[in-house]
Design a protein around this ligand. Structure first.
Ligand code: DC
Length: 224
């Protein structure tokens, strides 16, 4: 059996996590797990089923019972919840605006963390996993642990570019800065814990970030 290669990448919105993680998984020919998509899928289903902001029990029930399927192929994103293909819908502004309700619920986090660990195991521990608490909670024993950071202005500009020209700059700032502030109440993705390598992507293209991480992979001890 191949040796384990779990690469955990945390960081705030717009730090370049998804692009970096996907490129790495392609180059190394291992799996890719976007854990934010799991929180987004639960938020989408919660909105679809008429969820209201202050019903934490309903969110927890939904997370526990939902059939969530997520592709771990870096080139073929697919997210399904209870049979609905939500790959595109989970990127809509309504979902981005509500996802913190789901992500700040500690019971939901426990449930989804268990599912993330199952996915890592299904991949024989050869996978790049990105999120907010992967280096600290989901996979603190990962072979490579990265905290990807970038200046707030760069992060807002990147998210705005992703969303296209039609977006209102205020709502992008809300999506990036307010959401990170909410999310940081439940996971610490601003300070690196011991053994986590911090990479600042403010002035670096994704390929340069990927190269740095590939060097860390090359330097892993072979008897780990
Ligand atoms: O990375 P993203 O914007 O797709 O994440 C969606 C939401 O889920 C965001 O509010 C942060 C949260 N999240 C989290 O709390 N923990 C993770 N491991 C991944 C995402």
């Amino acid at each position: 059996m191949s040796q384990s290669l779990v690469i955990a990448i945390d960081g705030p919105s717009g730090s370049g996590k998804s692009t970096t993680a996907r490129l790495l998984a392609e180059k190394l020919q291992i799996g890719y797990l976007d854990t934010g998509a799991m929180y987004r899928a639960v938020a989408w289903e919660y909105l679809r089923t008429g969820g209201v902001v202050d019903d934490p029990d309903a969110v927890v029930r939904l997370a526990r019972e939902a059939d969530i399927r997520i592709s771990t192929h870096p080139d073929a994103p697919l997210v399904k919840i209870n049979g609905h293909d939500v790959t595109a819908a989970i990127r809509e502004p309504q979902v981005s605006a509500s996802v913190s309700i789901v992500a700040t619920n500690t019971d939901v986090r426990r449930i989804l963390t268990k599912r993330m660990r199952e996915t890592i195991a299904t991949h024989n521990h050869r996978i790049v996993v990105e999120g907010r608490d992967i280096t600290t909670v989901v996979a603190p024993d990962a072979d490579v642990r990265i905290l990807l950071v970038a200046d707030p202005a760069a992060r807002v500009a990147r998210r705005a570019a992703e969303l296209g020209e039609q977006v209102d700059p205020g709502s992008v700032t809300d999506q990036v800065i307010r959401r990170d502030a909410d999310d940081s109440t439940v996971s610490n993705f601003t300070d690196a814990s011991e053994g986590v390598v911090v990479i600042d992507s403010t002035f670096q293209l994704p390929d340069a970030v990927v190269e740095q991480i590939l060097r860390l992979v090359d330097n892993l001890p072979s008897d780990r």
